[in-house]
Design a protein around this ligand. Sequence first.
Ligand SMILES: Nc1ncnc2c1ncn2[C@@H]1O[C@H](COP(=O)(O)OP(=O)(O)OP(=O)(O)O)[C@@H](O)[C@H]1O
Ligand SMILES: [Mg+2]
Length: 224
Amino acid sequence: MVRNSREEWKVYQKVFDKFTNRLLFKLSSQGHFDELTQTISPGKEAVVFAASKGEDTVAVKIYRLETAGFSKMFSYIRVDPRYQDLKNRARQVIFAWVEREYRNLLLAREAGLRVPMPIVHKDHVLVMEHVGFSHAAPLLKDAPPDDPEKFAAECFEMVAKFKKAGYVHGDLSEYNILNDNEEPVFIDFSHSISVKAPNSQELYDRDMKTLTRYFTRLGVEGLP
Ligand SMILES: Nc1ncnc2c1ncn2[C@@H]1O[C@H](COP(=O)(O)OP(=O)(O)OP(=O)(O)O)[C@@H](O)[C@H]1O
Ligand SMILES: [Mg+2]
């Protein structure tokens, strides 16, 4: 299914268990993508792949059922007013986590942020727009902007827009922002939460602090 080296294949064997293969087959037969073509990121919690869809490319994020830290996920998601009734069962928590990420991406999109358009989610798999041209856009940490002032201003504007819409990202850093041709794209919305949640202020402050620290290092002055 994935055109990888033997070594890489070994690493991903666990990701492609029977249950996951069946799910990918289903999503593919529904026309969401043709086949996985490349690994973008072999993360601890989730693996992100590029997949072909006709002439297009989409991104497929598959959470690792075997290692996803669902107890930590549970502690984060249970304070979200949308998931107050969620039971502490591994798969349910992971599936809810993915659903929440999908919903958050949609909310961010509606609020006017530059984020990958979510396409579909099912169980532990999320399909979304692939950011970048022939290759996935690099992370900000690997591709600092040519104009840090402008880039920083756009990031803070997105944070403000999302807050105005009633949400905070909650895990913002140079590791979760793509530099797409000198335009910031926020990704990884699995921590985003309503400003009504008890921990939202703490998450917001942390996001602001992390961004400020990063852009100050690049020499940007007078940040919020
Ligand atoms: N839509 C996308 N288009 C292009 N690249 C993407 C997209 N989504 C994710 N990526 C790439 O995959 C990487 C991991 O994605 P993400 O941050 O959403 O997962 P993660 O939850 O941090 O995974 P882990 O915690 O396991 O590392 C990103 O750093 C980015 O390089
Ligand atoms: Mg991430």
